[in-house]
Design a protein around this ligand. Structure first.
Ligand SMILES: [Zn+2]
Ligand SMILES: [Zn+2]
Length: 348
């Protein structure tokens, strides 16, 4: 072995076969875990928990004290996977390999001071306020010269590894564009060049033509389970206008988008009368200064469950081959979501 040191690695390593960055953040191994027995639904939990790092007024592992916040609260992640403290002096890798500092900003976004609720159960007005906070973060972080992309997401549920049931999401502002966004941006660009039309708008039009998989529609927003869904209950929520990000959306559009998102998340929870786990991601245009004409902002929800106790396992086709094998018909799954009440079961 050429290197005997075992210092925890914190850097980006280039994957030459996939042509993408792998963020190695081995220094985070000792981060606190608060979720072993968390059900991630408000049921049975108090509104404030003394040992929660996210509740108002509490002291976090970094020693910082949370303010007595009233609505959305954003702070720098105490266990960042990308950040300003990432080592700048990196060991030169052997051969053709290359690395880069894991530069960037990682933040946590607490949606509400209330420990015992979820995004699905927040009033639409509070979700609109969250969209506003996400927009501010996108604009602030995206304006930094070293930031090429702002990934905003929420992991919900113990099956996707959430470590605290307090309703919150995360932001990774990075010096590279995440692969899925890069792929979507490339496809959108080629489609625009060829057809002079926005790809995502034609996706929406195709969904409207069919109609069976649309879960919510208002004058400016739409939610649907797409024809090409990879996960059983994979759904998209989007403004109908082709905004490249939240940045250019009007207050009214934000309100309608909030209603569309709430409507979807309520149907998720009502499906099995349980707090539905998912990975929710905002797909906004990169902030690297390139031209993203044709890119259409949307929110993607990827629930990992196929049935209440059955995970979609990624295996040979997905992990080994990179393509999804879906065991369910998107039309049938959309029909299930449409069949449940539109009011959250805990509030009915
Ligand atoms: Zn809390
Ligand atoms: Zn997308």
């Amino acid at each position: 072995m050429a290197h005997s040191d075992v210092a925890p690695a914190w850097e980006q390593r280039w994957h030459p076969l996939r042509e993408e960055w792998v963020v190695v953040a081995a220094h985070r191994q000792d981060r606190p875990w608060q979720g072993q027995r968390a059900v991630v639904s408000g049921a049975g939990l108090p509104g404030y928990v003394e040992s929660c790092y996210f509740c108002p007024g509490n002291v976090r592992v970094s020693g910082a004290r949370n303010p007595a916040y009233q609505s959305v609260f954003v702070f720098d992640n105490d266990h960042p996977c990308v950040g300003g403290d990432a080592p700048r002096q990196l060991e030169t890798p052997p051969g053709i390999y290359r690395n880069a500092p894991a530069d960037g900003v990682a933040r946590v976004v607490c949606y509400t001071p209330k420990h015992n609720t979820t995004l699905a159960e927040l009033p639409a007005a509070d979700i609109a306020a969250l969209l506003g906070a996400w927009r501010e973060q996108y604009l602030e972080l995206g304006s930094r010269p070293e930031i090429r992309h702002v990934l905003i997401f929420e992991n919900k549920g113990d099956v996707v590894g959430v470590s605290n049931p307090h309703p919150h999401g995360q932001i990774y502002a990075t010096n590279f564009v995440f692969k899925t966004i890069e792929t979507e941006a490339g496809a959108s660009r080629r489609y625009y060049d060829e057809h002079h039309r926005v790809l995502f708008q034609d996706v929406v039009r195709s969904e409207q033509e069919d109609g069976r998989r649309i879960l919510f529609e208002s004058s400016s927003a739409i939610a649907f389970l797409p024809y090409f869904a990879r996960y059983a209950y994979e759904c998209y929520v989007a403004p109908k206008e082709a905004h490249a990000s939240l940045a250019t959306m009007s207050a009214e559009e934000l309100r309608e988008l909030a209603s569309a998102l709430k409507s979807l998340l309520v149907r998720y929870d009502n499906l099995w009368q349980m707090s539905f786990p998912y990975v929710l991601t905002l797909h906004q245009a990169p902030t690297d200064g390139a031209d993203y004409t044709g890119f259409h902002f949307h929110i993607e929800c990827h629930p990992p469950l196929r049935k209440p106790n059955l995970l979609k396992y990624l295996a040979g086709p997905e992990i080994g081959g990179g393509n999804f094998l879906s065991d369910t018909r998107p039309e049938a799954k959309a029909a299930e979501l449409l069949a449940v009440p539109g009011v959250h079961y805990r509030h009915a």
